[in-house]
Design a protein around this ligand. Structure first.
Ligand code: HEM
Length: 318
């Protein structure tokens, strides 16, 4: 009987890192579709037009079609991670679950993207499409974190208060993201050149104000975190990640105000979407560092990898 190939823990983690990076890139490429008003460049889904799977030679159709091709490529890498999780030796149930949740999330994204087109880019669908991407990135980062063979063994001397603060940062960042998507759903960049796309009927200056206020609250929490990691006993990993988050927040707030005062030029709005994605990853990555060590119970090291006691291979299986 032919044996299936096996995947080493380090190869698996590298593949998970690539998938995570691609899941971040796809957020920005999706935003490019919206900001070039190409959202209905392919008016049907999964076909581009009623008669053709590929785009006709027009600018908006090609932008939307290229985004669909990029998305499919990302889907293949995500599927490869899921298969690799099954071939990884030793096999880990937590990693398999996370990897397959990415596949499920990716399919859900394809459906949401399709519904966004079917419902003529109604802002609720576009908003859900963006936010689900953030959920997928969250799961991907947890996967990369746990795929590191060292994670449960790092006995990070992180105080409970710091862990709470890092968790609060992620919660606050989620609120900022939701309010940001509501601002976008109210604003002028609907994603289609016909200008007939429905918008949320809120006053734009009020929702922008609320979104900016939440961003400033987040900034305050990040400053508090910088003090906390400096004044309490913690690891250099936590300190470094806190610095990255602070840099991401600083840049993002500047971009936010610049785009607002320049009346939302698409190029700067695109940078704001990229900044939001980077900031979200930085916040989750910092929080994960404060959770290192909490998984030590119930694990043991097999073949240089951490195995949950429930997942120990049966005799002769690996
Ligand atoms: C922590 C900092 C911030 C984060 C994480 C953040 C995040 C976001 C996100 C996720 C969106 C929606 C993107 C989309 O749906 O494609 C957005 C939109 C927006 N943000 Fe922010 N933001 C931040 C700070 C700010 C600040 C300080 C302002 C200042 C006024 C601002 C102004 C806006 C505006 C005007 C939009 C709508 C742009 C459009 O029409 O598409 N943001 N933001």
């Amino acid at each position: 009987m032919t044996r299936l190939p096996t995947v080493t823990p380090s190869a698996f983690r590298r593949l998970a890192v690539v998938a995570t990076a691609l899941l971040a890139v796809i957020v920005v490429s999706g935003a490019a579709v919206r900001l070039t008003s190409s959202g209905l460049g392919c008016p049907t889904w999964p076909r581009c037009t009623d008669t053709s799977l590929v785009a006709p030679p027009s600018y908006h159709a090609l932008v939307e079609f290229i985004n669909r091709v990029v998305s499919s490529a990302v889907g293949l890498v995500v599927a490869a991670v899921a298969v690799a999780a099954l071939l990884r030796r030793p096999r880990r149930r937590d990693l398999s679950l996370l990897a397959w949740s990415l596949v499920a999330g990716f399919f859900a994204q394809a459906v949401l993207g399709g519904l966004s087109v079917v419902y003529g880019l109604a802002p609720g669908w576009v908003m859900a499409h963006f936010l689900l991407s953030m959920v997928l990135l969250f799961a991907a980062l947890v996967l990369v974190h746990r795929a590191d063979a060292d994670w449960p063994r790092v006995t990070a001397p992180v105080r409970g208060e710091l862990r709470t603060l890092a968790t609060l940062l992620v919660v606050t960042a989620s609120v900022v993201l939701v309010l940001g998507t509501i601002t976008t759903g109210t604003g002028p960049h609907a994603g289609d050149s016909t200008k007939e796309v429905p918008r949320f009927g809120f006053p734009l200056d009020r929702v922008t104000q609320l979104h900016a206020d939440s961003a400033l609250l987040l900034t305050g929490l990040v400053i508090a975190t910088l003090f906390a990691v400096r004044l309490t006993d913690t690891t250099s990993v936590v300190r470094r990640r806190a610095m990255w988050l602070a840099a991401a927040v600083g840049v993002q707030v500047v971009i936010g105000y610049v785009q607002y005062f320049l009346n939302l030029p698409p190029s700067v709005v695109g940078m704001h979407v990229a900044g939001a994605t980077a900031l979200w990853c930085a916040a989750v990555w910092l929080a994960l560092a404060t959770y290192s060590g909490s998984g030590a119970a119930g694990t043991e090291v097999v073949d240089g990898d951490v195995v949950h006691l429930d997942d120990r291979p049966l005799a002769g299986q690996h």
